[in-house]
Write a protein that binds this ligand. Structure first.
Ligand code: ASP
Length: 472
């Protein structure tokens, strides 16, 4: 017999079906026992009587066991109808029962929202935590979102390109993760903080419209809207465009996405307000204002743009990458962002007054994306390197960009909204980890597998690495 899903039982009244799934709940009423069977489509009520309370192996099913049953789908007596679930009008009278695999008692309940359960334990048993309906829903929405984005962009002539994970430093203001090379001992790859340079090189390559659902790696302290280690961006780049084109495309993409994937949410204001940096700071004291009209309404989405950022900020010690924290200026976005054309003369006289062609996407008080029009002139790029205090060696690390720009580079620009961060803000989840399948914990330990861990001595020998014991 072919498997029937829980949700399909409502169309099979009077028929014999075979169901497979987990025991969601068990209710004993003397001679009769009710089990809710859960599969990917939802739950359906099973009715077991007499000898059918035990399996052929002589065991009784308990919650979270994986079972297989055959039985007849029946209408429920009117008084027993449960209007809260889609299969609430039917039940399955079980004929045979098989326990496929037994489940131990779970380390925590999964029928609650789970917010109050210790994070390390949720992370260690993440595969159980994901059984929780809220988590399953979030992962499904994540998938729906990326699927919508792909279809939307491919229909508009964008090309999806994968870029390397083992690469060279791509500074976005965080620390790099580095990976030792076995073939070239003593040398290291860096994991990309974003595909920034590759997407610009793809514009030199003539693709004109690129996107990628890209994994980005940043060694920085976790925050509520930032997971430790890695996260996913919708990275996109276009040639022969103005900032206006990028803002319009992004606005259309997310407006239609909200309608399709989150139909019960409503966007507070369209077109989205565009607020110059100086104004937003003056009015709200932040560059990511929460513009919701009613902050207690969980379904309101207030998108806005912050534009006209200063190209540079005064450099601080945290800007260890640029000029080793000793130069006067650090890029506010990244060093490939183009200065406002009117402000180019100020690069020589008053760099802190130069505006950048940067745009930040803001949703309900979260920065959910950033991008810019890029520099495509070699001389201006070199000037920026000087202003941020790059040494000769640091400049040499970006020679490939300057070289590429000598072979015919189109004007280009783009944006990279964070997929997880956007989903967190749309759903009003309290942390970005609630929308990721296997996020690292805030102490940087990975979910379930508990990396980082020791490497075997042979591995280290092969890489030419000696560990210096750390003083405790
Ligand atoms: N690479 C940038 C970032 O990760 C986004 C962009 O400028 O397109 O923030």
């Amino acid at each position: 017999m072919k498997r029937t899903l829980a949700i399909e039982t409502v169309e099979k009244i009077g028929q014999e079906v075979l169901l497979q799934g987990w025991v969601d709940t068990r209710r004993d009423h003397g001679k009769i026992t009710f089990l809710d069977l859960r599969d990917r489509s939802g739950i359906v009520q099973l009715v077991l009587t007499g000898s059918r309370l035990v399996s052929k192996q002589g065991e009784t099913p308990t919650t979270e066991d994986v079972i297989e049953v055959t039985g007849i789908v029946k209408d429920r007596p009117a008084a027993m109808v449960n209007p809260k679930i889609p299969t609430g009008t039917v039940e399955v009278e079980v004929k045979t029962l098989k326990i496929i695999s037994k489940a131990k008692e779970l380390p925590f309940p999964i029928d609650t929202d789970g917010y109050d359960i210790n994070e390390e334990i949720r992370s260690k048993y993440r595969y159980l935590d994901i059984r929780r309906p809220r988590m399953t829903r979030n992962l499904r929405l994540h998938s729906k979102m990326t699927n919508f984005i792909r279809n939307f962009l491919i229909a508009r002539d964008f090309v999806e390109v994968e870029t390397p994970i083992l690469t060279k430093t791509t500074p976005e203001g965080a620390r790099d993760f580095i990976v030792p090379s076995r073939l070239q001992k003593g040398k290291f790859y860096a994991l990309p903080q974003s595909p920034q340079q590759y997407k610009q090189l793809l514009m030199v390559a003539g693709l004109e419209r690129y996107f990628q659902i890209a994994r980005c790696f940043r060694d920085e302290d976790p925050r509520r809207d930032r997971a430790y280690g890695e996260f996913t961006q919708l990275d996109l780049e276009m040639s022969f465009v103005t900032q206006e084109d990028i803002l319009q495309l992004t606005e259309e993409l997310f407006t239609t996405l909200v309608k399709e994937v989150f139909p019960h949410k409503h966007i507070a204001q369209s077109p989205w307000p565009r607020i110059p940096h100086a104004e937003v700071i003056k009015a709200y004291g932040t560059d990511k204002p929460d513009l919701r009209k009613n902050k207690t309404d969980p379904d309101e989405l207030a998108f806005s743009w912050t534009i006209d950022f200063p190209l540079f900020t005064a450099q601080s010690k945290e800007d260890f990458y640029y000029g080793s924290g000793k130069a006067k200026f650090a890029p506010s976005h990244h060093m490939f962002t183009a200065p406002h054309p009117e402000d180019i003369p100020l690069l020589a006289t008053d760099p802190l007054k130069v505006r950048g062609l940067q745009h930040d996407l803001v949703l309900n008080g979260f920065e959910v994306g950033g991008g810019s029009i890029r520099i495509h002139q070699q001389t201006i790029q070199e000037k920026i390197f000087d202003l941020i205090g790059f040494t000769k060696e640091q400049k040499a690390q970006f020679d490939h960009m300057l070289t590429a720009f000598t072979y015919g580079v189109p004007p280009h620009g783009g944006i990279a909204p964070g997929v997880d961060r956007l989903l967190m803000a749309v759903l009003g989840e309290p942390s970005i980890r609630e929308v990721m399948a296997f996020p690292a914990s805030s102490s940087g330990t990975t979910s379930v597998m508990e990396a980082p861990s020791d490497a075997a001595p042979e591995q280290l020998r092969e890489l030419g690495i000696t560990i210096v014991p750390q003083k405790k």
